[in-house]
Structure formats: C-alpha cells, structure tokens
Design a protein around this ligand. Sequence first.
Ligand SMILES: [Zn+2]
Length: 130
Amino acid sequence: MTLYLVEQISIIDILDMCGFCGNDEESTYHALTQCTYAITFWAKFKSLTGIKVPKLNPRTWTRDLLDTSCCKDRYREVILCGMWSLWNARNDRRHRKSLIESRLAVEWALKACFHLSTGSQTLEDRRQST
Ligand SMILES: [Zn+2]
C-alpha cells in the first residue's frame, strides 16, 4: 500500500503555474510541501497529530519517504494520507470545484488513516482468531 501510494504521487509531473499561490511552476513537490496551502495544511496536521513531515529533498522526496532514516515507519502512511488529501484538494481547485478549507482536508486525511488502520486491525484480528 505504501509503495503503491509513493509510486502514484511520483508519476505526477510538473504542470504549470500554481493556481493557489501563483508560483511559476507547480510540481507535485510544490503542491504537497511548498505551496502556501500545503504549509497551512501541514501546520494544522502537526497540531492535531504531533507528526511533522520530515525534511525532503526536492529531487528525491518520494524515495526519502521510504527511507526509514528520513521518515519513521509509524508516520509514513499518515503522512501519505495527508499528501493524498492535499492532492485531492488541489485537483478539486484545479477542476473548478471550490477549494476546501485546509482544516477539512486534514480531517479527511485523518479519517482515511483511521479507516485504513482499523481495516488492517480487523484483518489482523481475523488472522489471530483462525
Ligand atoms: Zn502553490
């Protein structure tokens, strides 16, 4: 699951000007880590979870997320859920839907993490009971 998510976000390439902050080049890295919307999102995310996105190299950031010396295992999937939520918010804005508040995007990410983790626990519980 984690590798799949990293592969998916790494194939999204440079687009054009960022529609949110006006940066000249809207790369995936920009949208997920550098944009003012992302910065606000990650600040709220950290205040709710205590999890801070590690410092990522713009050229190797997708691999950095898989490197345990850069990104702790227990935080990786939560951060990826956050990135997925940010990307969806970006796409909604880009496709002329209204921009959701970053607070709602954080809530969506945390709900997705909860559902993924409880689904995993349910499978684990099933394995132990058989
Ligand atoms: Zn931007």
